[in-house]
Design a binder for this molecule. Structure first.
Ligand SMILES: *Cc1c(COP(=O)(O)O)cnc(C)c1O
Length: 472
């Protein structure tokens, strides 16, 4: 009985039949969504309705409808009216490299369990280091998401800079990290995981334009020092998630150099700007970073999760999780770049390198320039349309494809305005034709879009604004 069941599970012909049917179904999905033949970017359900649907489906649903139902019950990232969170509509070819990764399941941690993916990862990370402007000592690896990559970078920084051997001996003194108050919440989380506590998270206020106020760095550093805090790193956001505004990486770099602390760039979203001829100025100064994070699943058209963590000096990539100091590593330990698991937080990880390689091989590196440039251009376009609307304002002129905007009126106070903006956003969600999100900045509630789909154009923007006005 069991044998029979397992034979069925592994039946190549069943795989083939389901596979062809699925590709047909997903092709249809892509055609409908990309070219706007279907009206909705999201078929909104309340959490409880959704839970009940899947409970019922497990018992009564037809398995031949399973993949179709999963597809319908998702947020349709390939729809041009999807302008929500910063997840990319993956290039369809990378869904195929995802299929290979899933079926072959090479764990990549040791060379023997991922020969191709380890070698390819080396090529990809070398290319990225070059593009960043790092020198020959640089190297990196891929890991599962920006959150984990930021934590890993801070662990590397601590190992490289802190005056005591925390990895082996535990915390001895109060450490601290400087970061913009607008940084992604995962930085705060990483610092708490590392035992820095609230007092070790030195939040630097932002300017009126939502960038880290670099004029405050010296004072805040001195204050921390006077309070017995050993600051070992400073983080620049490129850009910060809520506003899409880039910190001044050049200024932060020279501050880090002066204080001899680690300079980390969280480029989860905008690190991909290194590929854009037109917009690489946004990350000027990134070449001075000790470590940089870039998400493949945000601005590089790849399926989640795949994140590059790149180091100016390979030694730091190698020693983060090692009990020994760098000078105690044997020559063979120094050399074995091909055992990825020694450097990453994960043990098993999927064959994420193949997405990068597949895109480069099929379409060339220019595809990354094309994508970033197109979307940043569209960000400006949308902001321009909002500027023309009498009762709407943007929080700040965009530097990327993220735009925060809101309805405002001289006859209303901020609380009333916030309520209206929240209501508009909720109405949009329940309607489902568009998908956008919201954020609060300095007490004001903004609607927020991130243009992630190159097929989103001025007409979609105009229809969105029209729809928003219809709720007023
Ligand atoms: C998205 C994002 C992260 C988190 O990355 P994940 O891949 O979602 O874990 C971190 N920092 C910034 C600036 C981001 O935009």
């Amino acid at each position: 009985m069991h044998n029979k069941l397992l034979k069925q599970v592994y039946s190549p012909s069943e795989f083939n039949a389901h596979g062809h049917a699925l590709i047909d179904q997903l092709t249809n999905h892509l055609e409908c969504k990309l070219f706007n033949r279907s009206k909705k970017a999201i078929a909104w359900n309340t959490p409880n309705e959704e839970l009940q649907f899947w409970k019922d489906f497990l018992v009564h649903g037809d398995k031949n409808n399973l993949f179709e139902q999963i597809t319908q019950h998702t947020t349709h990232i390939h729809h041009p009216n999807y302008m929500g969170h910063q997840v990319t509509p993956p290039a369809p070819i990378t869904a195929l490299s995802g299929l290979i990764s899933s079926l072959l399941n090479n764990g990549t941690a040791v060379y023997e369990m991922g020969m191709a993916s380890n070698a390819i990862e080396r090529i990809i990370t070398e290319k990225l280091c070059n593009k960043l402007g790092f020198g020959p000592q640089s190297a990196g690896f891929l890991t599962s998401g920006g959150t984990l990559a930021n934590l890993t970078a801070l662990l590397s920084a601590r190992k490289a800079i802190a005056s005591t051997d925390i990895w082996n001996k535990g915390m001895a003194n109060q450490l601290g990290v400087m970061v913009s108050e607008e940084a992604h919440y995962c930085i705060d989380r990483a610092e708490r995981i590392m035992g820095l506590g609230e007092q070790g998270i030195i939040k630097i206020p932002v300017t009126a334009n939502f960038a880290m106020d670099t004029n405050l760095l010296s004072t805040r550093f001195d204050e921390a020092k006077a309070n017995g805090i050993e600051v070992f790193a400073i983080i620049g956001s490129a850009p910060s998630t809520a506003t899409g505004i880039f910190d001044n990486l050049k200024k932060i770099a020279s501050f880090a150099k002066e204080k001899k602390i680690w300079f980390h760039v969280d480029g989860a979203h905008g690190g991909a700007g290194i590929f854009s001829e037109k917009y690489k100025f946004t990350v000027e100064g990134i070449e001075h970073a000790d470590s940089v994070v870039i998400d493949g699943h945000k601005m590089m058209m790849m399926p989640a999760l795949t994140t590059a963590l790149l180091f100016k000096d390979e030694v730091n990539a190698k020693t983060t999780f090692s009990q020994k100091a760098d000078y105690l590593l044997s020559d063979s330990e120094h050399e074995d770049w091909y055992n990825s698991g020694k450097r990453t937080f994960e043990c098993t990880k999927n064959m994420m390198a193949i997405h990068w390689f597949t895109l480069m091989k099929y379409y060339g590196e220019d595809v990354f320039d094309a994508y970033v440039t197109e979307l940043y251009d569209k960000g400006k376009l949308f902001a321009g349309l909002i500027d023309q609307e009498p009762n709407f304002e943007v929080a700040v002129p965009p530097m990327s494809n993220i735009i925060c905007f809101r309805y405002c009126s001289s006859s209303l106070n901020v609380t009333q305005e916030n309520a209206i903006n929240a209501k508009i956003r909720q109405s949009l969600l329940e309607d489902g034709e568009f998908y956008i999100v919201q954020t609060t900045l300095s007490g004001k509630l903004y609607m927020r879009i991130t243009v992630m789909n190159p097929f989103t154009d001025i007409n979609h923007f105009k229809q969105l604004i029209q729809k928003i006005k219809s709720y007023l």
